[in-house]
Design a protein around this ligand. Sequence first.
Ligand code: ATP
Ligand code: MG
Length: 437
Amino acid sequence: MTEKVTSAPVGKLTAVKGMNDLLPPASATVEWFESKVRDLMARFAYRNIRTPIVERTPLFVRGLGEVTDIVEKEMYCFEDRLNGDSLTLRPEATAGVVRAALEHSLLYDGGKRLYYMGPMFRHERPQKGRYRQFDQIGAEALGFSGAEVDAELILMATALWAEIGLTDVRLELNSLGQPPERLAHRQALIAYFEQHLDALDEDARRRLHSNPLRILDTKNPAMQPIVNSAPQLLDFLGEASLAHFNTLKSILDVNGVAYTVNPRLVRGMDYYNLTVFEFTTDRLGSQGTVCAGGRYDYLFEQLGGKPAPAVGWALGVDRVLELAKAAGLVATEPRLDAYAIVTDHAAMPLVLTTLQSLRTAGISVQMHTSTPEGMGSMKSQFKRADASGARFALIFGPDEVKAQQVTIKPLRDATTQQVTQPLATLSTWAPTLQSSF
Ligand code: ATP
Ligand code: MG
């Protein structure tokens, strides 16, 4: 059974609300950031993984937990039109990474360090720093149980902030302990909130028995006093959980990484245990969390696989770059070495052959393109060459073309002379187009 896809009368075709186009030159900043991240990940020995954008809905329901904001109200779900399967645009990537690790037995020969980059989808109220399609970059260390791996991931994130010039990012830490400790705390929490039912909002009352821990995460200012004096999970941790937390803290201390322990820090997904953390900033208003993560030692089992410990984080690319912009980072478009000026359209075959050789030699070069009115005057072509940011104009005028030559004119440096070079010796003079002056 296939449904007919029709084009309803929509008026102007625009992008879907909360899903943005990323255009040049802003896209250059994202490319720059991604290349910084790739380089960093390589130094920390994390390898790239790419999982599908669409997954089966139960993966997220089972993985993230039924009573979570994401699963309850933020997922883009749709039916596969052929077999009726429920599919979902991924709201996050950890569940997919774990699914892939299980499906391909990635951990058969030991732990794996992985990272991903890509779009996630959540049906939220769009505002600054909160979109319905947004890019995340995430790192996942699968199969490692030691607190030193939690520390490695946090150190990697702090290295990233330093390398892109961010200074005002704060680290908040907490430990959620292990399931029995959480259960004891949960019971204490329910008993406590039951004594203060009047102070709870509707959302909190609904979650009282299904997910009371999430009440601590409320953004309702009226509930802050009641939440502030609620029983703290940290007081319910056993020796092993405390030891894990203390090891992590001491590694961070030795490395000079500042943090605050926030006993109320809980995360939006149910899969976390032991370490949870967030990097936050005051600069982005209420969308202040730029990177968040923690340990999820039970997710493999929850998804039906052999148990394996794991820890990871995800950062919001838009928020990190917004912060970088506030810190004075400006987008730099890729350099352009040369702009080819062509007076006669008939010379195009020669021009294209030459530019092909230059590009093979590593030179970036933009060709002047004709309009229906023709190639345009030399003057207008020079104007475009200037505006392109290229450092040299390559002039293919009538004399040059006839003599199988090109004239190289510096556009940014008045002290350098223009020269005319034979096309036959291109490989010898091409590198000069990259010379900086
Ligand atoms: P928030 O509390 O801001 O809703 P979250 O706890 O839902 O964040 P995670 O699911 O942990 O966020 O995602 C990790 C990071 O991805 C966040 O810290 C944030 O930087 C970014 N992020 C999450 N949701 C969005 C969104 N809708 N638009 C842009 N970035 C987002
Ligand atoms: Mg959220």
